[in-house]
Design a protein around this ligand. Sequence first.
Ligand SMILES: [Mg+2]
Length: 233
Amino acid sequence: MWKNIKQIIFDADDTLWENNIYYVQATTDFIELIESGGFNRSEIQQAFDDLELKVVEERGYGSHNFVYILEELFRNYSQKTKTPLDAEKLRFITRRFEEHPVSIPQLFPGVIDTLRYLKTKYALYVLTKGDFKEQQGKILRAGVHECVKEYFILPEKNDAAYRKLLEEHNWLPAETCMVGNSPKSDINPALRQGLFAVHIPYRDTWKLDDEPIEARDGRFLELKSFEALQKVF
Ligand SMILES: [Mg+2]
């Protein structure tokens, strides 16, 4: 079955390059900062989770929305304590995300070599969700656009998004494979639409992108690294 594959679609964040680790680090630092005002750690985490969910639903993904969450929570907590919270520290945490739009993504080992190899045999594409400019910038600065035929940046990667992509390009599900780290955005919707799927787990997948993998039939494969794709295809 795998030999019929003609096109391979790659997720970007945490599949081609590091991403969530920066958010995890910033969240940890932020919780510590608020905790210093005498607040309970698990309550801060809960408040963060609640607001994150709300912001993602209302405003979508992207680092500017993440920064908004931190600033909003900082304001709320500042009003609830007599101990002033360290605004300098908040700036230090959020400043790192201002550098993101200009920095080169840290690609995982062998990504470009693997893409160059796969490109000789398959039509390659990137499918990522999030803020258009932010994601496009990362694709271009990483040099990934030179290895793929086209990249797609969507607000969400759900069943409808995969269906539409297949329809628009006249791709058959049985000839298409999705590669990614997220069970929720890459693997499960692709499998439900009849695509092949290769899961490359990331050590710290964002919890809003995680869920159990639904099907484990002949169309599903799990690999330890991106480079290992060269042994499969
Ligand atoms: Mg991802």
